[in-house]
Every structure is written in C-alpha cells, then in structure tokens.
Design a protein around this ligand. Sequence first.
Ligand SMILES: Nc1nc2c(c(=O)[nH]1)N[C@H]1C(S)=C(S)[C@@H](COP(=O)(O)O)O[C@H]1N2
Ligand SMILES: [Mo]
Length: 500
Amino acid sequence: MKATRSILVGLVSVAAALAAGHLVAGLVSPLASPFLAVGNTAIDLTPHPVKDFAVRTFGENDKLVLLAGMAVVLAALGVVAGLLSRRSPWPGTVLAGVLGVVGIAAVLARPTTTGWSVVAPIASLVVGVAAFRWLWARSPAEVPGRRKFLISTAAIAAGAGVAAVGGQLLAGRVDVEASRRGITLRPGQKAPEIPFGADFSREGTPTFLTPNSKFYRVDTALSVPRMRAEDWRLRVHGMVDNELVLTYDDLLRRPLVEKTITLVCVSNEVGGPYISTSNFIGVDLADLLREAGVKNGADQLATRSVDGWTCGTPVASIMAPGSNAMLALGMNGEPLPLERGFPVRMVVPGLYGYVSATKWLVDAELTTFDAFDPYWAQRGWGKKAPVKVMSRIDRPKAFERVPAGKFVVAGIAWAQHIGIDRVEVRVDGGPWQEATLATEVNVDTWRMWRIELDLAQGNHTVECRATDRTGLTQTSDRAAPVPDGATGWHSMVFTSVAGA
Ligand SMILES: Nc1nc2c(c(=O)[nH]1)N[C@H]1C(S)=C(S)[C@@H](COP(=O)(O)O)O[C@H]1N2
Ligand SMILES: [Mo]
C-alpha cells in the first residue's frame, strides 16, 4: 500500500475510535470519555514540579495544551500504525487494540467511574479496530481502487466528526447554565462595603475585589464538572452523631452570609500571581458540623469533589470561633461560576486552597489525619498548610524604566485570618522604611501598601517584607512552594531614568 494511504488509514481510525468513545461517554457519563480519562490520569500522575511548570508556562491554558499534546501524540501513533501496516493489517490492528485497552484502563482507574462508564472506552476499542480493518481492506494496492478508498475514508472521517460533536453536545445536555441562571442569592447579612482607599489600584496593585473572570484558577479538572443545583447532594458522615444529606434548597433555607475573603494557592513562588479576593456568599460551615455532631477525636474534615479530588482540613480551623469557614454558593453577588465549583465549594480563611477550598463539593467525612491522606498529601505536600505571611511588589514591574526622583512603589501583603501589622521596603540593601498600609477590610483579606521613594538615576533593587499581627516578620530564607508554601522576600530590579 502506498505510504500516504496507510497513513490516512491510521489517522482516520484513531479519530473514529476517539469520537466513538466521546459519543458513548456523552450518553452514559461525560468523564468516561477515554480521551478525557487518559488526560485526567496524566494530570494525576504528573509530578508536582512538572504541573507547576505547566501552570506557570501555560497559565490557565495548561489543560488545553495537555489535550492538544495528547492529540498530537495520538495522531503520531496513528501515522505509525498506518506505516507499519503497509503489507499486513496486523501491526495496526494490534496497536489499535493496545490503545483501546489503555483507554479502558484509564477510565476504570478514574475515581468517578461508575457502572456503565466502561462501555465508552470499549466502544473506542471496537470502533478503532473495526475502522482500521475495514479501511485497510478497501485500500487498493494500485491506482484504480482509489475512488472507492477515498469515499470510505471520507465517510468514516465525517462520521467521526459527527460523533465527536454529538458527544460534546450530549455531555452538555445537563443544562447547568439554566440551573445556575435560575438561582438568586439573597444573603441576610451582606459584606460591608469595601471602603474607599482599600486598594492602590491606580498605583499598580490589584483592585480590592477580583472580578470573577479574573480570579486565579488552580485545579486538576480537565473538563469542568457540570452538576445542576437540583441534583446536588452533600453527605456529611464519618465520625458524626447524625449523618446529614443536604440538598441545595436545604442550604438556601439556612442563613446566607456574605464575607470578603482572600484565597491563595500554595503553588505561588515568591511574588506569584495565584491570589484573589471575593465576596463569598454561603452558609456557616461550623454550624453545619455542629448539627452533624462531630465526635471526639475527629481532627480532619476530608472533602471530595464530584470529579474525585480530595482535600483534608483541620476540624479545629473550621470550628474555632470566628473561623468564617463556609460552604460557598456564590461569589460577588452571583452563583459560583462553573469553574469555581458550582453548585457548592468550601472556603476556610487562613489555609491554602489545597487544604480548604474544595470545589464541586459532594462529600464531607469527619475522620482523622492518621486515617486519611488527601490528593496532594499523597503527592508529598504538607497535610496542614496555614497561609504564611507574605508580601509582593506589584509596581514597578521587573526591569521597568521609571522616572528618576519621586516614584511610588506599591504592592500587596497577606496573612489571612491573622492580619497584617506592617510592611517594610528597602532599596539597594539600605535601611528598611515603613510603607503606608491601605484601609483594612478585615483580617481574612489581603492588604495593599504603597511607599513614595526618591530615587537617583540608575539601576535599583527594591525588596519588601511583611509582619503579621502576632509580630512574625517574613523570613528572608528562600523556600520553594513544596511542601507547604514558599518563603523569602520579593524583590524587583528596575531602572530610574531621567525624563522617563
Ligand atoms: N475539586 C477541586 N477543588 C479544588 C482544587 C482541585 O483541584 N479540585 N484545587 C484547590 C486549590 S489547589 C486551590 S488553590 C483552589 C483554587 O480555587 P480557584 O480555582 O477558585 O481559585 O481550589 C482548591 N479546590
Ligand atoms: Mo492551590
């Protein structure tokens, strides 16, 4: 067989296999799509530094990059299968079978796999092998059969396209958007207005509240879980006196409160971007646990999302008076956006997101730290991770050229749930000077700072360090984010120029 034809046979068969799996998954369970299951497994197996690299390099497109990379690898395998099968259909058949088995294994290994899900990767295997054999049999050794071959290939390729789109539409048929649109949240207790002067956004800091679309995003979900509020249930169980099963309406019947809270990710390098602030609307989590009755000795609340991610939070951090821990239903006045964990997520001020902020929450088990290791603890991250006092310079930007003379340096500082006492700044290793802090909103949020400096022409390095309300000053020791959060002083190199 000619090389071009054998390549075409391989490529079209791979496409048909993937599309068939996607279509059947759309019918039975979207996460059972073998393509997504392999991608999700890849995410779980990826060592954290690589994941960090991916997030740093591709930002919120990291998942798109992964899916595109997988498509390229699969296409390459299709090409190889085709080329190996120029004389006999067997090498390609075997390769198609092996890929099919990998898909089945990936789906079976997903924590979300239930009963019928496995038919999706089985469909992939069967269709992949069948398409390959059928096309191979129709690819002629010489030119005369060309037309028939091209028509067959085009037909399968078109079928694959229709199946893939169909699968996508079916997966989206659960109308979460409509469910979300139908919800209005009316907190009985509104968050206080953000006072004028709570940020220095005109001088380079973020705005105090982060618009929902700009809020940082970190999660392992390759496809955003789509669950309607009507279908949502939360089971509270384990070491409790009364097991609870709550619906979304049950939560709406409880007192809804609105609180301004800053969320931060442990993956931040010093100076990193994964920190944002929102007015979260939700119900008090400690009240809810008190209703369930936490048994003595239960020190960890293990929570799970609908896509199988797990998180462990110290019970003490939730139950402490004024913890402000909540099950959040909304952000900035609207129901949670889908990628923020709709219908319900957890928020516990003062703890990094990976030990506190479960999105798409469906299960809460009272247990102990000895008995259970959640997702990131299994991968070498700390089991307990209170937020470390930290500060960041937002202005000037690295290597910026700024006017010599008077110039305002500005940034943010945070020590959630403890509060910031002061921020100091020094230039070129000189004496520490105290920055002006913006109006405090509450201790669970970031605090903006600014300082006016008078700088001579030339290169400068500016550094900052924050001190929290307990008197703890940020250490200068540089530590990486693993295992429980980076430390060190943020610094910025820039140039003051005349007449800039
Ligand atoms: N279901 C689920 N919830 C999750 C995660 C996740 O991977 N899956 N990541 C956590 C981490 S590491 C952080 S920092 C926060 C980020 O929340 P955001 O994406 O809304 O900013 O969500 C937490 N909740
Ligand atoms: Mo995180």
